[in-house]
Design a protein around this ligand. Structure first.
Ligand code: SF4
Length: 126
């Protein structure tokens, strides 16, 4: 089981090997491998520190130095996908929801408002 903040489904989708630190990038690759290597991998959607935050330099005393931004991204992601904090589902099903509910309708910008990494995600579609 992987614990995931909802908006991290988008970060994983657009991950190209960049991140906050070498430790963060190493952990991100590990998490992606775990999720993708087994079609039965499950995630639980959480509202606080997850398995990605655990290796992030912005994670201090179990809270994020980015303030309220990640909370907003999480809530926007959940609303568009029709999911709730605490939901457990197959990673592959969450990926499909992100694809059909956020990416295909071109709503990425609605979720990731003022995210410093958004330009990378948007460039992937150009
Ligand atoms: S920036 Fe915040 S929400 Fe994003 S991985 Fe780091 S601690 Fe988690």
């Amino acid at each position: 089981m992987i614990y995931l903040r909802p908006h991290h489904g988008l970060c994983i989708h657009h991950f190209i090997g960049k991140g906050y630190s070498d430790t963060f990038i190493f952990n991100m690759k590990n998490i992606i491998n775990i999720l993708e290597d087994n079609s039965n991998s499950k995630i639980t959607l959480v509202s606080c520190e997850d398995d990605i935050c655990g290796s992030c330099p912005n994670n201090k005393d179990d809270s994020c130095l980015s303030g309220q931004k990640p909370d907003y991204y999480d809530r926007a992601c959940l609303e568009l996908c029709g999911l709730n904090f605490g939901d457990t589902l197959y990673w592959q099903d969450f990926k499909k929801k992100i694809q059909t509910s956020i990416l295909e309708p071109n709503k990425l910008k609605e979720v990731c408002v003022n995210c410093e990494w958004l330009y990378i995600c948007e460039n992937l579609y150009k």
